[in-house]
Design a binder for this molecule. Structure first.
Ligand code: ADP
Ligand code: UDP
Length: 241
């Protein structure tokens, strides 16, 4: 199968193939944080993130969520539908952490009264600012599209929160992206991995995600491996049925 590089991002390379409307996402071993001001890399990151994303997309599909996922083709590569992406990052939060803890003046770890959704405009130049619906109209994203983004985010949270809970993990928050397929349907895209979620061990509170890299905590490789192990090997819900 021939491959043509379409886009090189911070964490993945996206290729077109001979198949019309199909993309390959090859996950890199690179990590970035703070709008790419901090950079790093470790062997195995591409594999853990590709494999975890594949497992979670499969799980969500099996529970009725439409996603771009087609199949995992090798350790670091997944095949997806090609979508027209919305320039939106949908952040879903169950517990205060990161920028939300700062915004609300809460201590990290404070549970939220109800799930909070934040919508950010995907723009490296602007640093992915939080936008309201009026700002989004200005950049050509319609209210209906944002409503659907919120529904998809909440639906994914309702499935993933108990999924991770069963594996002894608190799903603190996560980011998803949404795109439109050729038939016009908006669906879940991009990735779901320790790069895009905050995972805390329920017992010890230990961080098992990219915050270990952001905060130079060490043990980042082991944390990603541990999360992959829990997602793919533990509990009746998580195994790849
Ligand atoms: P970034 O662009 O932030 O550096 P990545 O390295 O993860 O991020 O690059 C992946 C790119 O592919 C992102 O721009 C993302 O919006 C886009 N993308 C994800 N899923 C799809 C899809 N199914 N179709 C088209 N583009 C996608
Ligand atoms: N997130 C992401 N990509 C981004 C911004 C945030 O995947 O460009 C994820 C992040 O990993 C966390 C959640 O979204 O799980 C909320 O992030 P927050 O707004 O707290 O940003 P941070 O403080 O991590 O920069």
């Amino acid at each position: 199968m021939s491959e043509r590089l379409l886009y090189e991002g911070k964490a993945k390379r996206i290729f077109a193939t001979d198949e019309e409307g199909v993309l390959l996402h090859r996950y890199k071993d690179d990590a970035t944080a703070f709008n790419a001001q901090k950079r790093g890399s470790w062997v195995g990151k591409g594999r853990t993130n590709a494999t975890m994303s594949a497992a979670l997309f499969k799980f969500l599909e099996s529970r009725g969520v439409a996603t771009h996922f087609i199949e995992q083709v090798d350790d670091e590569t997944i095949k997806t539908k090609k979508l027209q992406m919305l320039p939106v990052e949908v952040i879903v939060r169950n517990v205060a952490a990161g920028s939300l803890a700062k915004r609300l003046g809460y201590e990290e770890g404070t549970p939220l009264k109800s799930t909070i959704i934040e919508l950010c405009y995907k723009s490296d130049e602007l640093g992915d600012p939080m936008f309201n619906w009026y700002h989004f109209r200005e950049v050509g994203v319609a209210d209906e599209e944002l409503k659907r983004c919120e529904e998809i985010g909440l639906g994914v949270n309702e499935l993933l929160y108990p999924f991770f809970d069963e594996k002894g993990v608190l799903l603190v928050d996560f980011k998803i992206e949404v795109g439109r397929d050729e038939g016009g349907e908006l669906m879940l895209a991009d990735e779901i991995s320790p790069d895009t979620c905050r995972f805390w061990d329920k017992e010890s509170g230990e961080k098992l995600d990219k915050d270990r890299f952001r905060q130079d905590m060490g043990g980042v490789e082991q944390a990603y491996e541990e999360m992959l192990r829990r997602v793919t090997h533990m509990g009746p819900m998580g195994t790849m049925e």
